[in-house]
Each structure stands twice: as structure tokens, then as C-alpha cells.
Design a binder for this molecule. Structure first.
Ligand code: ZN
Ligand code: ZN
Length: 440
């Protein structure tokens, strides 16, 4: 009886019964008009990776107003907002702030018309095509709720606005700039990402590995150029690079353990300028994905071995062997791992709040996320990233739930049901935060 009563009290504190008032849901609902104004402004004013000054300023100003201690410029444009509220756990909540070099084609009234220069020096349109504007707006909403609910929790809240997620630079930049030494060191880390594979308002979660190791490999295949009419005087890098591309297909199909996911994709193949000239070199750009360190090593070592082996077979001289390197602009993103205890306890709270129908276990993704770095910097901590569905209900139904018929994240057409994402994500993030920091 006692156990039952305390279980009921605990449930009541976090998840009021459907018939009773639900202060969190009511407050989030009341805040939505203000949040949507912030969202539309962020959406119309996207900023490229590591250039998120305006966005960071909006997060910093809001957190300061709410009584957080705010430090800007952490890891170049990152924001750290700390609220100390007595002894207890230290919870890091992250929102990423960067947009993508994509020309928006959603046709939304607040669509972005911004332009900028990418890291590669290319003039481009800019769009929040990954939905990081929903993450920032939710961050503000969560800061408001946690400040208002200060009497119901204890411990330390470290809310960060992270730059450069899309280029894999931001989390590392913040850690290198003293995130874990200049500020309270977290015991728990939580983030969410909007999802183009789930209907609006559905929460998705994955146990263990949730996102992949992502390596960007540059492969410079060198030959000996010359006249297209005299191939005997050359070592043709186009033929050689073609053989390398075909041989790479056996890495995953023949060398890798089928139980361990891996991807090797050649996304770019450039060589030559004219019909009758055999060029000096060909350039291949690859994305390489895995979950475990072992598979990652197998694939990266295999690429170097195959490139060299094929070059030897083609008779390329030793001083013209292929150059294999990791791309410097697209920094390696390690696999993201959801730890068991925090995942299980948070999913239980989500299920109580939203009901079983709105909480779905989803398969791990081969996409990457540098949120992984916060846990990897201290594996003694607990970490969780979850998904919040953003596909508008009518679009989901029209596609019959077939996500191949819907725009994906990074698509110029990705227009989430932002109200549903921000509302659901705010409730979920506050619920998750209260699970760690709430007075028991
Ligand atoms: Zn993205
Ligand atoms: Zn993203």
C-alpha cells in the first residue's frame, strides 16, 4: 500500500492523470504563440556552421533574462547557460544552432532568403533544413519552464547552444574550450532531434547505438597523364579510380561481419577536362559509416589497402601512389550511444506522459551526430538523444507512412509541423530533465 501510494505520488508529480490538470502541458500550450514567433524568426534568419552569432545572441539573452549565468563565445559561437539550484545531479541539455547551405524551397511565408559563404568558400543559400531552429526554440521553452519550476528540482542545469553540428566541429570546439572544466561537469546529457521519419508529435527512441561513426574520406588517385590517342604512354587515373570504386564495394559485402552495420559510399568522382586528354589524377570523395570502432578501422584500413593495391596492379610508380586522407572540413563524428539506465528511465516517463501510442522504439540511424562527444568525453556519465516526429499529419497520411515519398532532413522541402515538434519536445525535455533533477 505504501509502495503503491508513493508510486502514485511520484507519477502524480511528473504525469498528472488525464482527467486532472496537466500544468506542464498547459504552460507549454500557453507559451506556444510566443515560441512560434521566435521559431519563425530563427527560421527566416539561419546561419551557417560556426557563424551562429545572431542565433546564439537570442538564446543567451533569453537565458540571462531567466536568471541563468550565461557565457557566450564558448567554442567560437557556443552559449553555456548555467542554473545552480542546490546539490544534486548536473544535467547538460543541448540544442544545436547551425543551418545548412541549402536553397529553401518550402514556400513557407517565413522561408529563408539568406545567403552566405560555406566553409568550402562557396556562395550559397542558407536554410534550417535539419530543423535546428525547432531545437533552439525548444531550448528557450525548456529554459523558461525549468526556471519557473525551480522549486520542484535541485541540482545544476547546464544548457548549451552548440555551434557547427553539421560540420562535426561544434561539440569538439566547446569541449576543447573548457566545457567540462570551466563549467559544472555534467553527470547526465540529453538532447533531441526533430525527425522526418516520424509523424508530428511522436517520440522515437533507440537503445544503445543510435547514430553512426561518420568519416569523410578524400581519395586522390594519381596516374600519369597524356594524349588520349596514346594511352600506352600514360597510366590512366580514370580507369584506375573506376577499378577502386568497384573494389571498394567488396569491403562491406565480403570483408565486414554482416551483423555489424557498415556503409562505404563514393559520393563524388571528378577527373579530367577534355575528351582527348588523359588527366594526371582523379578525385573521389567518400562517406564511411559504422557503429563500432572495429568496423570503422576495418573500413578505413580497407580503403587505403584497396587504393594502393589497385594502383600497384595498374603499374603506377611508387611515388604516385594514391593519397588517402580524412576530409578536414567534415570532421569525423563518432557514433552516438544511448546509455541504458537513463534511456530506460526516461522512456518510462515518456510513456506515462504521452501514452504508448506516441512513444516508439525506432531503428538506429546511419546518420551522424556530434552529440556523441559529450558522453565520449566522460563515459561515466549517462546520455540520451531521442527523436521528435515532425512530419505534418496530413502529409504523413497522404504518403501512407512511406517516408521515401516524403522530404528527408536536409531536403530544401523539409517543413516540419513546428508547433507539434516544439510543443512535444518541450514537454519531453522537461519531463526528462525532471526525471534526473526532480525532487523525489
Ligand atoms: Zn543535419
Ligand atoms: Zn541536425
Amino acid at each position: 500500500m505504501k509502495t503503491m501510494l508513493s508510486a502514485l505520488l511520484l507519477a502524480g508529480a511528473l504525469v498528472p492523470a488525464a482527467a486532472a490538470a496537466d500544468p506542464l502541458a498547459d504552460q507549454v500550450k500557453a507559451d506556444l504563440p510566443s515560441l512560434m514567433a521566435i521559431y519563425r524568426d530563427l527560421h527566416a534568419n539561419p546561419e551557417l556552421s560556426m557563424q551562429e552569432r545572431r542565433s546564439a545572441g537570442i538564446l543567451a539573452a533569453e537565458a540571462r533574462r531567466l536568471g541563468f549565468e550565461v557565457t557566450a563565445g564558448v567554442g567560437k559561437t557556443g552559449v553555456v547557460a548555467v542554473m545552480k539550484n542546490g546539490p544534486g545531479a548536473v544535467l547538460l541539455l543541448r540544442a544545436d544552432m547551425d543551418a545548412l547551405p541549402v536553397v529553401e524551397q518550402t514556400g513557407l511565408p517565413f522561408a529563408s532568403t539568406k545567403k552566405g559563404t560555406s566553409l568550402a568558400g562557396v556562395e550559397t543559400g542558407i536554410m534550417h533544413a535539419c530543423g535546428h531552429d525547432t531545437h533552439m526554440t525548444t531550448w528557450i521553452a525548456v529554459a523558461r519552464r525549468m526556471a519557473a519550476m525551480k522549486g520542484q528540482w535541485h541540482g545544476t542545469l547546464v544548457m548549451i547552444g552548440q555551434p557547427g553540428e553539421e560540420t562535426g566541429q561544434g561539440a569538439k570546439a566547446m569541449l576543447d574550450d573548457g566545457l567540462y572544466t570551466r563549467f559544472p561537469r555534467p553527470t547526465h546529457e540529453i538532447a533531441f532531434h526533430d525527425s522526418a521519419s516520424l509523424p508530428a508529435g511522436i517520440v522515437g527512441w533507440t537503445p544503445g547505438y543510435a547514430l553512426a561513426n561518420v568519416d569523410s574520406v578524400d581519395l586522390r588517385v594519381r596516374g600519369l597523364g597524356g594524349h588520349g590517342a596514346y594511352p600506352q604512354a600514360t597510366r590512366d587515373p580514370i580507369v584506375l579510380a573506376s577499378r577502386i570504386v568497384v573494389a571498394l564495394q567488396t569491403l562491406v559485402s565480403r570483408e565486414n561481419d554482416p551483423q555489424q552495420p557498415g556503409v562505404v559510399t563514393v559520393g563524388s568522382f571528378h577527373a579530367g577536362a577534355k575528351h582527348n586528354i588523359i588527366p594526371d589524377e582523379a578525385k573521389l570523395l567518400l562517406t564511411v559509416r559504422s557503429y563500432t570502432d572495429q568496423t570503422r578501422k576495418l573500413l578505413l584500413d580497407g580503403i587505403a589497402r584497396i587504393a594502393r593495391g589497385e594502383a600497384i596492379a595498374a603499374g603506377v610508380p611508387e611515388d604516385r601512389m594514391p593519397e588517402v586522407g580524412l576530409n578536414v572540413e567534415n570532421v569525423f563524428t563518432p557514433a552516438t550511444f544511448n546509455t541504458e539506465a537513463l534511456t530506460d528511465s526516461t522512456v518510462a516517463l515518456f510513456t506515462r506522459r504521452f501514452g504508448e501510442a506516441r512513444v516508439r522504439k525506432v531503428a538506429a540511424s546511419m546518420a551522424g551526430e556530434d552529440f556523441s562527444r559529450y558522453w565520449l568525453a566522460d563515459k561515466g556519465t549517462q546520455s540520451l538523444i531521442f527523436w521528435v516526429g515532425g512530419v505534418p499529419k496530413e502529409k504523413w497520411e497522404a504518403a501512407g507512412g512511406d517516408t521515401s515519398k516524403l522530404p528527408s532532413l536536409h531536403s530544401p522541402y523539409w517543413a516540419p509541423d513546428a508547433e507539434a515538434v516544439i510543443g512535444t519536445a518541450t514537454e519531453a525535455m522537461v519531463t526528462a530533465a525532471m526525471g534526473v533533477l526532480g525532487k523525489k
